[in-house]
Design a protein around this ligand. Structure first.
Ligand code: AOF
Ligand code: ZN
Length: 381
């Protein structure tokens, strides 16, 4: 390698920053479900427009993205000295389960660091300053790659609020109904979209329903037919008065898959190994915020997939606890006002009372459409 190759990399333009941060974000997403409660983080090392190393945080407790990318760079026979390192998250400066990334970046002779989002962690954050003090040009560029910034939303949310990330999923008709007036809901969407739901389940710590769904559908709520179950979620029932039938599939299978009842009834008892979390009642049922916090703290859940019916979903929306939604729409219309709506229980006479989400992506899967959206104020930098 000539000396010219090791000259400090020039200042990248916005197009190049977007390309590199997009690439870093895409590789990071491969570890969804494997790293939480840590963030998904991806990293690219480049000289000019040429990527010489790429890596991501692969599993909780494992090496951070920057070290993975530096190792990849050396494996490919490249020298990272003078190169630019692009990272979706500010390189950490703390000793956690891994040594500080700032040490690795400085030691490798990287000339410039571009990252998409600051690390809000009180100990891990602030690596930017450490890098600058070491003479490395370090810059937060939040507006080049939306993907790279959005990648850290769940992590930033957990650090800021102490609550798990709440993902709602529902399947609806074109006219926004989740079941007929007689309660028939199997199946609104087709098999490909239903496989997608199992994949979503396999990446979260808890799947949440209300007792109404247990009584109507007697579901199992396990991830099935997925290549790899990354996280085996607890199945959680919001059950104010402890009405879950003792012979429900969730109760009968509790020794194979964790089952948890969240109740406001101090006297409700369930057979072992079903776990009971007691939380205060609030308004119409279990206080939704207390329930989400209990699931986070007592089960150690970083993420919750809500597959509940209208009442529970409505109460979570009313308390503004839904961070993200996967809406699965089948091209069928019931046009029956007695059919079951997606969510209910709110009082929203004006459009200004609506909860607004921002669409991240929409795509069709097996003849149905998936809209992926996120609470707009979960998207603050
Ligand atoms: C980075 N790059 O790839 C990740 C970072 O306990 P540890 O050592 O795994 O540290 C986890 C913390 O490090 C996590 O809370 C977050 O602040 C940061 N994650 N930082 O520079 C990475 N995964
Ligand atoms: Zn790190």
């Amino acid at each position: 390698m000539s000396n010219k190759d090791l000259q400090p990399d020039g200042v990248p333009n916005e197009r190049r920053i977007r390309r590199m941060l997009d690439a870093a974000a895409r590789v990071a997403m491969r570890a969804a479900g494997d790293v939480e409660p840590n963030p998904l983080v991806g990293c690219v090392i480049a000289r000019g427009d040429t990527i010489i190393g790429i890596g991501h945080h692969r599993r909780f407790g494992g090496p951070h993205a920057e070290r993975e990318a530096l190792a990849d760079c050396r494996r490919r026979g490249h020298d990272p000295r003078g190169a630019t390192l692009y990272c979706t998250l500010e390189p950490c400066r703390h000793h956690g389960k891994q040594p500080p990334c700032t040490d690795a970046v400085i030691g490798a002779g990287i000339a410039r660091v571009i990252y998409a989002r600051r690390d809000p962690g009180p100990e891990s954050g602030g690596g930017d300053r450490v890098l600058c003090d070491a003479g490395i040009a370090s810059l937060c560029v939040p507006d080049a790659s939306d993907l790279a910034v959005r990648l850290s939303d769940p992590f930033v949310h957990r650090v800021r609020t102490g609550r798990p990330w709440v993902i709602a999923k529902w399947a609806q008709t074109l006219d926004g109904r989740i079941a007929t007036r007689t309660g028939e809901s199997q199946w609104i969407t087709g098999p490909a979209m239903r496989r997608r739901v199992h994949r979503l389940r396999s990446c979260v710590d808890a799947v949440l329903v209300g007792v109404g769904t247990v009584l109507a559908d007697d579901p199992m709520l396990t991830p099935r037919d997925v290549r790899r179950v990354r996280r085996d979620p607890s199945r959680v029932v919001l059950d104010t008065h402890g009405r879950t039938p003792r012979d429900a599939a969730l109760i009968r299978s509790a020794s194979e898959h964790r089952t948890v009842i969240v109740t406001a009834d101090p006297a409700a008892e369930f057979p072992s190994p079903v776990r009971v979390l007691r939380v205060p009642g609030g308004g119409a049922g279990v206080d939704p915020r207390a329930a989400i916090e209990a699931i986070g703290q007592q089960l150690g859940a970083a993420s919750i997939l809500v597959e509940a019916g209208p009442r529970v979903l409505g109460s979570l929306l009313e308390a503004d606890l839904v961070d993200e939604a996967f809406v699965h729409i089948a091209p069928i219309v019931l046009a029956d006002q007695g059919a079951m709506a997606v969510a209910s229980g709110r009082d929203a006479p004006r459009l200004a009372d609506a909860r607004r989400l921002t669409v991240l992506r929409s795509r069709s899967i097996g003849g149905d459409v998936e809209i992926w959206c996120r609470r707009t104020d979960a998207m603050q930098p």
